[in-house]
Design a binder for this molecule. Structure first.
Ligand code: ATP
Length: 878
């Protein structure tokens, strides 16, 4: 096999048993069977059983298992069995949760796998890179990932960045001729391309020579080990868990000591303290965070935002600046030619037209495009170019007809830095090159002008007229292309000289309507304290007109160009950046500077991008957002989030989801911690006052490991609240307990424990067992009701739609059912529950309900005393 680089194209194609029209679908099937999928072998994920076993590595669970062993040793078989059963049940729940989170993430990974363009049965198809087989013909263009190893069969100014393989960051210029020597290093095999590298410039075609583990990348697959993602919020919660854990262990040791000194049997005291420690340590929190994030990621996917990196979900919630491209994100990217400028006149472009000059302008520009319109009317290619081909069609001419007459023999592709594109054509025995692009970049390259068909030197006056026409069109929000050409002597031209000494022909103005939902989304951002910044390659006046119509640019705010940006030093930009809302005529490189300057001001920046040169800015931004439809594979790879509809409004929905997810995690934290505090305090106060044991070890374990976890999880699924987008973004380093949550947790824990102690005292008048049962029941019911309280920080629970979170209602229902099953003859014996009479049941329910009322009163106080930045903020904004 090997050494394809020394063979010529025909030989390689023959050896791989394929042809330049590509393989047939049935052949592809066969080859997949033979060679397998084009993917690197992955580490195998954990099986469910392994997940289950790993739950037992938890420190507290190990202590509990020791407790089981001790209980067995001293003959307390029933206690041991119950603790074991609860631990197993908890591990089972834990592994189900972990499994669910993993599945969700796996499904998302699938959504964001790279794609490639292949020729199959003579047609261009976009397929998942996984389905590429040896012998496939793959089309490559700037921004694509090379999906497999291959021998080039076509290369037009093709440049590939091979740093992932060779470490060399300068792109390699490729060609198709065979090489003389077999022994050339990878970096020098310039007629080959390799999987995992990226096309940064030009166009090409390759025949696939190796896939999957048979690629150069496959050979060094060990390099590809996946990094574990760390989620900052989870780390913070882990730390919090540890701190609380140490405090809890200390209190438990104290309770153990006091209880023992008061004469409680040592084993009973030991079990109670350990169970209390288990109850106090919020070991479920990290799992809840992962699951809430994973569920959020699924919700985001439904709203057209694919999350590629999990921590981005958390960051989204604190985003306060969104830097967005204009074309396609704020606008529809449906370009239509509406005006032309030729022979010193601006003219409306009409469908039926017998103006030769307009025809010449449009036909020349359409030849210099890679777009086409299929027979069925499907538009293929860059919308700016499609507009030109469509305009030609309106004038009654098909692009193919022209192409057959003026054959393309060379090209310099468009890129956002040069903002120009050139094609060279052969016509009979003449050669002509056409260059089109942004007027400011092109006019200075013109030495002549086509004046009513006569070519003459361009004059100062012509330049002034062109400038004025350019500005007039731009002021109306149009994208403008200048069209130029020049005749060449022969085909022995210097490519460097192609874009010099050109003949100016005319300007073409096209409109691109704003997306109807963009304006509302920008208003939403304003209300949410998020600054929207527009970045575009278009003319300053075009940008300004559109920014004004969308509500991005207000009085006193500035529009600056890439050129002006180049003149500023970084510190100056940092100082002025808050005033600048629009950047026009910028190159992708400027985006990095803009992100950095905002970040220097403490902003959390989301930045959109689609091209290969946008990747650095996407990586630099706190949330890199790539376009799913028009974005290159390279941009998607560098991004944290991909928009499947390329729509600005989707970013805003994603921020809304991000905020909701964070606030839901806070709800779970509040719920779990206040419940845990209540459990500790109940036992602590009772022990201190010498009242006896209000809760048995198994009661504590049952509450903490069984009835608590479902509602906590369900709180993570709360729908967005009405006010989620009318508050300032939270600071990234803001404590999870900010805005009074810490105090709230404490107050609620204390109230709940006092009510439980009250239940205990009431029960004590009957018997110790009744007292324990009443405490157990009161604690469980008030916790289940508390899940409803925790749905909102300050808002009354009666104001929230009761049924808007079905999972929560379901989890409370299950909790109540589980609790009531303990009241059956067999289980009540095991859990040492005594039968309560009507009166005692009424007490339990009344105390649990009083808890809800007290939290409602607490919320009234919070509403009264807590500063309300939201309202002031809204009035400020309106
Ligand atoms: P945005 O940044 O708003 O999304 P963009 O990235 O599409 O816009 P560029 O692609 O940099 O912006 O285009 C900037 C300018 O380049 C346009 O105003 C136009 O004059 C010119 N231009 C765009 N597409 C082409 C093309 N295919 N050929 C030649 N010139 C083009």
């Amino acid at each position: 096999m090997a050494s394809f680089h020394t063979k010529d194209v025909e030989e390689v194609i023959k050896e791989l048993d394929t042809n330049i029209r590509g393989l047939s679908s049935s052949e592809v099937e066969k080859r997949i069977q033979k060679y397998g999928y084009n993917e690197l072998e992955e580490k195998k994920g954990k099986t469910f059983f392994q997940m289950f076993i790993s739950q037992f590595k938890d420190f507290m669970i190990i202590i509990l298992l020791i407790a089981v062993a001790i209980s067995l040793l001293v003959g307390e078989v029933i206690d041991a069995a119950i603790i074991l059963a609860i631990v197993v049940l908890n591990a089972l729940l834990g592994s189900i949760q972990e499994n669910r989170a993993n599945e969700a993430l796996k499904a998302l990974k699938k959504l964001s796998t790279p794609h490639a363009k292949v020729l199959r049965d003579g047609e261009v198809k976009v397929v998942s890179s996984k389905e590429i087989v040896p012998g496939d013909i793959v089309l490559l263009e700037a921004g694509d990932f090379v999906p497999a190893d291959g021998r080039l069969i076509e290369a037009a100014a093709l440049k590939v960045n091979e740093s992932s393989l060779t470490g060399e960051s300068v792109p390699v210029e490729k060609q198709i001729d065979p090489l003389d020597s077999e022994n050339v290093s990878l970096g020098d095999r310039i007629n080959m391309v390799f999987a995992g590298t990226t096309v940064v410039y030009g166009r090409g075609k390759m025949v696939v020579t190796g896939t999957g583990m048979n690629t150069e990348m496959g050979k060094i697959a060990s390099m590809m080990g996946e990094e574990e993602e760390t989620i900052p919020l989870q780390e913070r919660l882990n730390k919090l868990g540890k701190t609380l854990g140490i405090a809890a262990l200390f209190i438990c040791a104290l309770i153990f000591l006091i209880g023992y000194l008061r004469g409680t049997p040592i084993l009973e005291m030991f079990l109670t303290s350990i169970s209390l420690a288990v109850a106090a340590i919020p070991e479920g929190l990290p799992a809840i965070v992962t699951i809430t994030l994973a569920i959020g990621v699924q919700r985001l996917a439904k709203r057209n935002a694919i999350i590629r990196k999990l921590p981005a979900v958390e960051t989204l919630g604190s985003a306060n600046v969104i830097c967005t491209d204009k074309t396609g994100t704020l606008t529809l990217n449906q370009m239509t030619v509406t005006h032309v400028y030729i022979d010193n006149n601006i003219k409306r472009f009409k469908d039926i037209n017998d103006d030769n000059r307009i025809f010449k302008l449009i036909a020349t520009s359409a030849l210099c495009t890679d777009a086409r319109i299929s027979e069925e009317g499907k538009k293929i290619g860059d919308p700016t170019e499609v507009a030109l081909v469509a305009a030609l069609k309106k004038l009654g001419k098909e692009k193919v007809e022209l192409e057959n007459k003026y054959r393309r023999i060379d090209e310099l592709p468009f890129d956002s830095d040069r903002k120009l594109m050139t094609t060279v054509h052969k016509y009979e025995d003449k050669f002509i090159s056409i260059t089109k692009g942004a007027p400011e970049y092109l006019i200075s390259r013109c030495s002549h002008i086509d004046d009513n068909g006569k070519i003459r030197p361009i004059k100062q006056e012509d330049l002034q007229n062109i400038d004025k026409a350019n500005e007039d069109l731009a002021r109306n929000g149009m994208r403008i292309l200048a069209v130029t050409y020049k005749f060449l002597q022969d085909d022995n031209f210097d490519r460097e000289e192609l874009e010099k000494n050109l003949v100016f022909l005319g300007l073409i103005g096209m409109i691109d309507p704003p997306r109807p939902e963009a304006k509302e989304a920008i208003r939403k951002c304003d209300l949410a304290g998020i600054t929207t910044v527009m970045i575009t390659g278009d003319h300053k006046l075009t940008a300004e007109a559109i920014a004004k119509s969308l509500g991005i640019l207000h009085e006193g705010e500035k529009v600056i160009t890439g050129e002006e940006l180049d003149k500023m030093d970084f510190d100056e930009l940092v100082k002025n950046i808050k005033k600048i809302r629009v950047y026009a005529r910028v190159a992708p490189e400027h985006k990095v500077m803009i992100v950095k300057a905002w970040q220097k001001n403490g902003a959390i920046v989301a930045m959109t991008g689609d091209g290969v040169n946008d990747a650095p800015a996407l990586s630099q931004a706190d949330i890199g957002v790539a376009m799913g439809i028009t974005g290159t594979e390279v941009a998607k790879e560098a991004a944290d989030m991909v928009l499947t509809d390329d729509n600005f409004a989707t970013i805003v929905s994603a921020v809304e989801e991000g905020r909701t997810i964070y606030s839901n995690i806070r709800k779970s934290v509040r719920y779990l911690l206040s419940c845990n505090i209540a459990e500790i305090l109940t036992v602590f106060i009772a022990t201190l006052m010498g009242l006896g044991q209000p809760l048995l070890a198994i009661h504590l374990l049952w509450i903490n490991l069984v009835t608590d976890s479902l509602p906590a999880l369900a709180l993570g699924m709360e729908p967005p609240t009405k006010d989620v987008m009318i508050a300032k973004p939270r600071r990234r380093d803001e404590s999870i307990f900010a805005d009074g949550l810490g105090i709230q947790v404490l107050i609620e824990g204390i109230i709940m424990s006092l009510l439980s102690i009250t239940a205990f005292m009431i029960g004590r008048t009957h018997s110790l067992e009744t007292a324990e049962t009443m405490t157990f029941m009161t604690l469980v019911f008030s916790q289940l009701f508390h899940a409803l309280n925790a749905r909102s920080n300050k808002e009354s629970l009666f104001k929230i739609n009761f049924f808007s979170n079905k999972f929560l209602i379901g989890s409370i229902g299950i909790g109540i059912l589980l609790q009531l099953t303990l009241d059956t003859p067999f289980l009540s014996k095991i859990f040492e529950i005594s039968v309560l009479n009507m009166n005692q049941w009424l007490w339990v329910l009344a105390l649990s309900f009083v808890f809800v009322i007290l939290v409602e009163i607490e919320k009234i106080f919070l509403r009264l005393f807590h500063k309300k930045p939201d309202k002031e903020f809204i009035t400020q904004q309106l």
